[in-house]
Design a protein around this ligand. Structure first.
Ligand SMILES: *[C@@H]1O[C@H](CO)[C@@H](O)[C@H](O)[C@H]1NC(C)=O
Ligand SMILES: *[C@@H]1O[C@H](CO)[C@@H](O)[C@H](O)[C@H]1NC(C)=O
Ligand SMILES: *[C@@H]1O[C@H](CO)[C@@H](O)[C@H](O)[C@H]1NC(C)=O
Ligand SMILES: *[C@@H]1O[C@H](CO)[C@@H](O)[C@H](O)[C@H]1NC(C)=O
Ligand SMILES: *[C@@H]1O[C@H](CO)[C@@H](O)[C@H](O)[C@H]1NC(C)=O
Ligand SMILES: *[C@@H]1O[C@H](CO)[C@@H](O)[C@H](O)[C@H]1NC(C)=O
Ligand SMILES: *[C@@H]1O[C@H](CO)[C@@H](O)[C@H](O)[C@H]1NC(C)=O
Ligand SMILES: *[C@@H]1O[C@H](CO)[C@@H](O)[C@H](O)[C@H]1NC(C)=O
Ligand SMILES: *[C@@H]1O[C@H](CO)[C@@H](O)[C@H](O)[C@H]1NC(C)=O
Length: 851
């Protein structure tokens, strides 16, 4: 496609340009403005509207009886231009629009200055006729499902200052003709399929540019154009993951206004030029990670006094890190792992440093661990594994109130493990592969959130302290030390024996030496169980059980609400509130109840009420809901609309007679055959893969559980309940995760200590659902004696000789066992404690399809 249109585009441009010039000379525009306002403009905008498919009726207010400046999504501002006193801007992002844009009509609107069609579903090429919008200053087609070439005709938009085509499927080369856009300040082409070499002429003229993003165009094959260095106003330069090779041109050293530079994930090589950094007085963020850079890192970076993030990991840098780097006043992140840096880690100015993360694993750093790390109040993660550090562990190592992750494994640290009394936030402690001696301090058992402990391969002696039973451990590896004595009973039943091996002096059930053996009956478990997160706490009532709950609002008439529908269903706000009885509650979660409501025409909808403590305004909620409602996939439940009133949002979903997967699993008899279970699993996986990988912007579910899997006819599943965090706000969402009402067993263990949620957390939740399907048991098993959640239940059995047959649902005929075993294996992979060992949803879909 790129080649054929490439040949005829210039011709078209020639044909068009006289037209543009003649009809939009200033005088003509002025005359037109007189004549066209207001009636003509109405007509033009309505022609434009008619060309669109507007499933949610977002443009319903566009009618000839109101002034167009009052229409929704239309903004009018006084313009400085005499020819069209009013500047018009259309903000049509995120409305689910599609259709053949009538750009001819649109571009005749005088004073059209802004056009934002971002986050829609156009599924078409970038309309060539947009090049006639002569007064356009800002064009934003980001994530609009546009494809095809980047039309050179856009070069005719002489007033353009901002062009955003990011997140589409635009392919072919970047046309050099765009260099004619001399006033351009923002150019964002991120995340497309642009290819080929960047023409040097392209950037020579774009001297006003201050934001340039070409990242995520993996088919580009360019060197970094030296001309970029001539764009003296450049403040943000994003070129990551776009196939760049060669060295950093010297000209880059002169980009004095730079605030962010990201060259990561390319194939750049050679040394970083000397002098790099000396002039970057405003640089906040530098990312050169995952390239092939070598040689020492230039010292000039000491002079980047505003630097917050320094990321150079995954290169072949040698020598010492610049000495001044460590004391830059605003620096928060140093990532230099997987290089060949050497020398000592310097002491930092502890009291003033703002460092949060230092990752220098897999280098050749030597000498002692800096004493000052514990003095940095903001320090959250220190990892320096696989180096040559020696000396002992500083007593104050985790005195920082934020310290969560320490990894000093595989160094030459000696001495004993100090009492870490202040580590209230410590989650993960890895000290394996050192020369540590002495005992394991009992005080580790007092650290409230400690979850991973790896002390393997040291010279530790004495017993394993019973206090460690206080922790909710996901991993305790003490193998290959010189420990002795009885292993505390909860640890021996909760952990696989391999975590204890290589300590001949240890005894207990399941170990070669079993002390005096009163606990023999646990032997099987000790061998079988893999990592178990011993979730205690309240046994929870499963969703789907009718809940008795007090009414929240007494006097409804005083609280006004706003109802927004994306699909034509017959319901009013009054109907909705009137129907909020406890008797039609069909589900209950951490955010509120789910009601089943029958409409006047017999149709049914499920309404999820979110009592958010979040403070999102109606507008914000509306924007988020629209983004969610736009998602179209056969395995994703449609959002029909929502109702907003202060402190409460009710989301209206399509409903299916069969109810949710959880209803089925919790029914007295879960009588669904293996093929249909597989169909459910595959559907859920496909829906989730769509959210994670295919939908732009990518979306995490973050609350996947079987009560959020609705079943349509033929067991076709629809995933519901996604993206709630976007509606209630992150803070309220997080706190609800801790609520007792939440279904905790679907939550990945790393949730507690990861700042940013990842798709792999959803994969974990999916794995739990898959386990439910394979075992026929609900995820939460309050009545079960040995374990309250399904992941631990399965892990305790899986390595037993006859484990699989204990796990697989006995109601399914044995002929299906092979498929079920494969699904079980997949589910175990998805629920791995270590996120990086889980497959992504694409892989899951492929594996399930193979079954
Ligand atoms: C249009 O908006 C203006 C300003 O908000 C308002 O004064 C006027 O009444 C509105 N006109 C109509 C017909 O809604
Ligand atoms: C676009 O709008 C113009 C002006 O209203 C109209 O004449 C033309 O037929 C429309 N084009 C298409 C393809 O609908
Ligand atoms: C885009 O349109 C083409 C045909 O015009 C169709 O085959 C394809 O499925 C559409 N894609 C989407 C995502 O709607
Ligand atoms: C384009 O629109 C998207 C979605 O509304 C927005 O996030 C982005 O910042 C806009 N781009 C520019 C350059 O304003
Ligand atoms: C760049 O600007 C010069 C004038 O400053 C002009 O002659 C040249 O055509 C422009 N290049 C492009 C590719 O537009
Ligand atoms: C250590 O870094 C080198 C690159 O310097 C890399 O090739 C190697 O895989 C890394 N080792 C580990 C264990 O990550
Ligand atoms: C640590 O290693 C350095 C050499 O890298 C050596 O000079 C020093 O004596 C060692 N310190 C200890 C305590 O072993
Ligand atoms: C600690 O570092 C080692 C070696 O780099 C790595 O294999 C291990 O996964 C790390 N542990 C944690 C908990 O991150
Ligand atoms: C436990 O430590 C030993 C020795 O370092 C190692 O071989 C083993 O892989 C570790 N197990 C896990 C699950 O980390």
């Amino acid at each position: 496609m790129a080649t054929t249109s490439g040949a005829c585009l210039p011709l078209l441009l020639l044909l068009l340009s006289p037209l543009i010039i003649s009809s939009y000379s200033a005088a003509a525009a002025a005359a037109e403005a007189e004549a066209e306002q207001p009636v003509q403009v109405h007509g033009l905008l309505l022609s434009f509207k008619d060309s669109l498919h507007d499933p949610a009726g977002a443009l319903a207010t566009w009618s000839s009886s109101t002034p167009y400046c009052n229409w929704s999504h239309v903004t009018c501002t006084d313009s400085s231009s005499a020819s069209s006193p009013v500047a018009v801007s259309l903000q049509l992002q995120g409305l689910g629009l599609s259709g053949d844009i009538n750009a001819t009509a649109l571009c005749r609107v005088p004073g059209l200055a802004g056009l934002r069609l971002a986050s829609n579903a156009f599924n078409q090429t970038v309309p060539l006729q947009l090049s006639r919008c002569a007064s356009l200053a800002s064009l934003n087609l980001s994530s609009g499902a546009f494809w095809g070439p980047l039309p050179e005709q856009l070069a005719a938009l002489a007033s353009l200052t901002s062009l955003d085509l990011s997140g589409n499927d635009i392919e072919g080369t970047v046309p050099p003709g765009l260099a004619a856009l001399r006033g351009l300040q923002v150019l964002n082409l991120r995340g497309n399929r642009l290819s080929g070499v960047l023409h040097p002429a392209l950037f020579r003229n774009l001297t006003s540019l201050h934001y340039l993003d070409l990242s995520g165009n993996q088919f580009l094959e360019s060197q970094l154009p030296p001309e970029l260095g001539g764009m003296a106003s450049l403040r943000w330069l994003f070129l990551q993951g776009s196939g760049f090779s060669g060295e950093i041109p010297e000209t880059f050293l002169g980009l004095e206004q730079l605030e962010a530079l990201d060259l990561s994930m390319n194939s750049l090589t050679g040394a970083v030029p000397p002098g790099f950094g000396l002039k970057f007085q405003k640089l906040l963020s530098l990312d050169l990670s995952r390239n092939g850079f070598s040689g020492p890192f230039p010292n000039g970076v000491d002079k980047c006094l505003m630097l917050q993030r320094f990321e150079v990991q995954g290169n072949a840098f040698t020598g010492e890190l610049p000495a001044g780097l460590w004391s830059l006043p605003d620096l928060q992140v140093i990532r230099a792992e997987n290089n060949r840096f050497s020398g000592r880690l310097p002491e930092f100015p502890g009291g003033v440093s703002r460092l949060e993360q230092v990752q220098v694993d897999n280098n050749s750093f030597s000498g002692a661990i800096p004493q000052s790390i514990g003095l940095i109040r903001t320090m959250y993660r220190f990892s320096a594994s696989l180096n040559e550090l020696n000396g002992s562990l500083p007593d104050n190592l985790c005195d920082s109130p934020a310290m969560s992750i320490i990894n000093i494994s595989h160094n030459a640290i000696s001495g004993s493990i100090p009492d870490f009394n202040n580590c209230k936030r410590l989650v993960s402690l890895s000290l394996s592969g050192n020369g540590l001696t002495g005992t394991i301090p009992a005080s580790l058992g007092d650290l409230p959130v400690l979850t991973y402990i790896d002390l393997s391969s040291n010279g530790l002696t004495g017993a394993i302290p019973a206090e460690l039973q206080n922790l909710k451990l996901a991993l305790l590896n003490v193998s290959y030390n010189r420990l002795s004595g009885r292993v505390p009973p909860e640890l021996v039943s909760g952990l696989p024996a391999v975590f204890l091996e290589g300590n001949p002096g240890l005894c207990g059930p399941g170990l070669p030496s079993d002390c005096d053996a009163p606990l023999r009956k646990h032997q099987g478990l000790a061998l079988a169980a893999t990592v178990a997160s011993l979730v205690t706490g309240l046994a929870l009532l499963a969703v789907g059980v009718f809940a008795v709950c007090r009414r929240i609002h007494g006097n409804r008439s005083s609280s006004p609400w706003k109802l927004v529908l994306f699909h034509p269903i017959k319901i009013t706000g009054e109907d909705l509130f009137a129907a909020f009885h406890d008797k039609n509650v069909i589900g209950r979660g951490a955010f509120g109840k789910v009601h089943l409501i029958e409409l006047q025409d017999g149709q049914k909808v499920a309404v999820k009420r979110l009592f958010s403590s979040g403070k999102l305004t109606f507008r914000e909620v509306k924007n988020e809901m629209k983004a969610l409602a736009k998602i179209r996939h056969k395995n994703v439940a449609k959002i029909a609309g929502f109702c907003y009133s202060e402190g409460e949002v009710s989301v209206i979903y399509e409903y299916f007679q069969r109810g949710s997967l959880q209803d089925m699993i919790c029914a007295p008899k879960f009588a669904v055959g293996w093929n249909d279970r597989l169909k459910i699993a595959l559907g859920v996986a496909q829906g989730l893969a769509y959210l994670h990988h295919d939908y732009t912007p990518r979306m995490l579910h973050r609350d996947l559980k079987s009560s959020n899997v609705l079943l349509a006819d033929e067991f076709e599943p629809r995933v519901a309940g996604f993206g709630i965090h976007r509606v209630v706000g992150e803070k309220a969402y997080r706190s609800s995760l801790d609520s007792d009402l939440n279904d905790k067993c679907y939550i990945a263990p790393e949730q507690n200590f990861t700042k940013n949620p990842t798709n792999l957390m959803d994969v974990y939740s999916f794995g739990v659902i898959l386990l439910e399907l394979v075992t026929g048991r609900p995820a939460e098993q309050p009545a079960s004696k040995d374990c309250s959640d399904i992941v631990s239940w399965v892990r305790r059995r899986i390595n037993l000789i006859d484990g699989a047959s204990q796990i697989l649902d006995p109601s399914i005929p044995r002929t299906e066992q092979q498929g079920m075993k494969a699904a079980l294996e997949l589910a175990v992979g998805c629920t791995s404690v270590k996120p990086d060992q889980r497959p992504d949803m694409y892989e899951v879909v492929r594996s399930l399809q193979a079954l």
